[in-house]
Design a protein around this ligand. Structure first.
Ligand SMILES: Cc1cc2nc3c(=O)[nH]c(=O)nc-3n(C[C@H](O)[C@H](O)[C@H](O)COP(=O)(O)OP(=O)(O)OC[C@H]3O[C@@H](n4cnc5c(N)ncnc54)[C@H](O)[C@@H]3O)c2cc1C
Length: 253
């Protein structure tokens, strides 16, 4: 979801437009300049209930089991879904606290204070963000994007939390999640031409060989641009597969 405040390992908010789910490559480039392998999401229970879901349909029993009651109580009713609650209870990268100083102290404990996070500096950034969350004319561009997402009814109902002050105790407790960089995509793959024909080292098509989907680098990089926008992978895979199928059929006709 788009609402957590994203801090680098030293406690500085990531610059726009590096918000959750926005620009994977840009965020990665930025995070690699900090000298640390981790960064932080700071959010509230209200945000985690609405915006955290485990990737993969089998991890969302209310959706896959078509369990309307569970869906209403969790996704609409503000309860944290079971699989997400399990991370809150047992996840080694999750910390929860009633107040910000307590939360920052737990974050420092988790990393052994390397680097030391300054609670006052984090509070300053959260307070600035919170002012824009509670007035309708705020200029915080992340909150503007959150409001934009909520103009779509599906997102407003079950995916994007209503903007609120992170320090509002009614939305709490506060949560911090330590994030690690991991490789989920290569954004590479076999070089192809516009007919999905695989190209050899010389740049010429290899006779009879086609490549599509992830194998051809279409899971993110490619038809939707190089910045790997979340949620656009499957389309490029299907589209390049269709082109490959048609080209192969035409070649054998
Ligand atoms: C957890 C997760 C969540 C995702 N969420 C989204 C999302 O919300 N939106 C989105 O657009 N995309 C999403 N994606 C990405 C998207 O699902 C993939 O990019 C897409 O499914 C890849 O399709 P593909 O056919 O290219 O490859 P795959 O689906 O990986 O198919 C490759 C197939 O080849 C088979 N195979 C491998 N080796 C061999 C072999 N030697 N012989 C025979 N068969 C073999 C494999 O078993 C597999 O079935 C997600 C991916 C993951 C992992």
């Amino acid at each position: 979801g788009p609402s957590p405040l994203w801090l680098d390992a030293t406690g500085r908010r990531l610059p726009g437009p590096l918000y959750p789910g926005f620009d994977t490559l840009g965020t990665l480039e930025y995070l690699r300049t900090t000298g640390y392998d981790h960064s932080w999401f700071v959010l509230t229970r209200r945000i985690i209930a609405r915006e955290f879901a485990l990737s993969g349909s089998e991890q969302n029993p209310d959706l896959t089991g078509r369990d309307r009651k569970a869906m209403i109580t969790s996704r609409l009713g503000g309860q944290v879904p079971g699989p997400v609650q399990a991370f809150l209870d047992h996840g080694e990268d999750f910390v929860t606290a009633g107040t910000l100083p307590e939360l920052v102290s737990q974050m420092n404990k988790l990393t052994g204070g390397d680097p030391h996070l300054d609670a006052d500096r984090i509070e300053e950034q959260i307070t600035a963000r919170d002012r824009d969350a509670t007035r309708p004319f705020g200029k915080d561009s992340q909150l503007m994007a959150v409001r934009g997402a909520r103009r779509y009814i599906g997102d407003r109902l079950i995916r994007v939390a209503r903007p609120h002050a992170l320090l509002d105790p009614a939305a709490g407790p506060l949560i911090a999640v330590r994030l690690h960089v991991l490789t989920r995509k290569t954004l590479g793959g076999l070089h192809t031409d516009l007919s999905s024909r695989a190209l050899g080292a010389s740049g010429e098509p290899v006779p009879g060989l086609y490549a599509a989907g992830e194998a051809a680098g279409f899971g993110g990089g490619g038809m939707h641009g190089y910045r790997s926008l979340e949620g656009t992978f499957l389309g490029g895979c299907l589209f390049s597969g269709r082109i490959a199928g048609r080209a192969a059929a035409a070649a054998t006709a």
